[in-house]
Design a protein around this ligand. Structure first.
Ligand code: CP
Length: 308
């Protein structure tokens, strides 16, 4: 791997993304075995630092670490000495003094993972930093596309919803473009970033246009906690214009693979009939999340090849 850390995909080498995806498929095979554990990271210690809520990413990383036989420690900001006023710097330097090899961190502030690299020598993996990036989510999304289509290059991928506040969208755009996919964004004008021209992607505000065009669509969570800021008039209007419903998909008379990073607002950005339908690969994404994170940890921590 050319980079010590995985902080984001904007400047990450395409070859390293490809290596991670290829390695993830080897680990998918491990996850299908009766004994789903290999000794690759025996003796390595990884700390999961979560300053923000998470279900999928936290459990997925922890499971990936256990499957690789690493020792893991979970840190939760709400029950730490941060509550007594200890600084971020002192907290992470105390954790590193205990001789750890890697830190997986989720934090509400954009750039927090880069900041962390200045305080610790351990490998840092960004598990989501504010509205900036969520690189491991994008890698598992691309692994899932490769599994479904046999390739990423040349695919037409729609990303629908709150692009402006989405770290998942940003990392997916960077990763998909590096691997040669075409990307179209769709959402209300208020939820498309002003600096969108710098991303070299298509943009539409017409859901039917992206559904006509795409091989797969990644449907983003509408961040209901931002509703009071007036980005769109009502949930009902959002659902009418941008919600992925069975009725809307039927109009297009073609198969479109449906993805969602979770957590989902059923009945808002996606209906249950679509989320649980045959074109949805949402739970495959979750399983590929464990395999992809095993691959990332294995490659960044110089894991020992498995003795099959
Ligand atoms: N996709 C994702 O990041 O989900 P969590 O917030 O539950 O980790």
């Amino acid at each position: 791997m050319q980079e010590k850390h995985l902080l984001g995909l904007e400047h990450y080498p395409a070859e390293d993304i490809v290596s991670i995806i290829d390695t993830a498929f080897s680990f998918r095979e491990v996850l299908d075995r009766p004994i789903k554990k290999v000794p690759s990271l025996q003796g390595k210690t990884i700390v999961n630092l979560f300053f923000e809520n998470s279900t999928r990413t936290r459990i997925s990383f922890e499971l990936a670490q256990k499957r690789l036989s690493a020792d893991t420690v979970n840190f939760s900001a709400s029950s730490s000495s941060l509550k007594k006023g200890e600084s971020f710097k002192d907290t992470v330097q105390n954790i590193e003094a205990m001789k750890i090899d890697a830190v997986v961190m989720r934090h509400p502030d954009p750039g927090a993972s880069l900041h962390l690299t200045k305080y610790v020598d351990a490998v840092v993996i960004n598990a989501g930093d504010g509205t900036h990036e969520h690189p491991t989510q994008a890698i598992l999304d691309m692994t899932s596309l490769q599994e479904r289509f046999g390739k990423v290059k040349g695919l037409r991928i729609g990303i629908i919803g709150d692009i402006a506040h989405s770290r998942v969208a940003r990392s997916n755009i960077y990763g998909l473009k590096k691997l040669g996919a075409d990307v179209m964004l769709c959402g209300p004008t208020t939820l498309i970033p002003h600096h969108i021209d710098s991303f070299d992607v298509r943009v539409t505000h017409d859901l039917d246009e992206v559904l006509d065009w795409a091989d797969a669509v990644n449907v983003l969570r509408i961040q209901l906690e931002r509703m009071d800021r007036g980005f769109f008039p009502s949930v009902r209007e959002y659902r009418n214009l941008f919600g992925i419903t069975s009725e809307r998909l039927k109009k297009h008379k073609k198969e479109i693979v449906i993805m969602h990073p979770g957590p989902m607002n059923r009945g808002v950005e996606i209906d249950s009939s679509v989320a649980d339908g045959k074109e949805a690969i949402i739970l495959d994404q979750v399983l590929n999340g464990v395999a992809s994170r095993m691959a990332i940890l294995y490659l960044l921590l110089g894991g020992k090849p498995e003795n099959n």
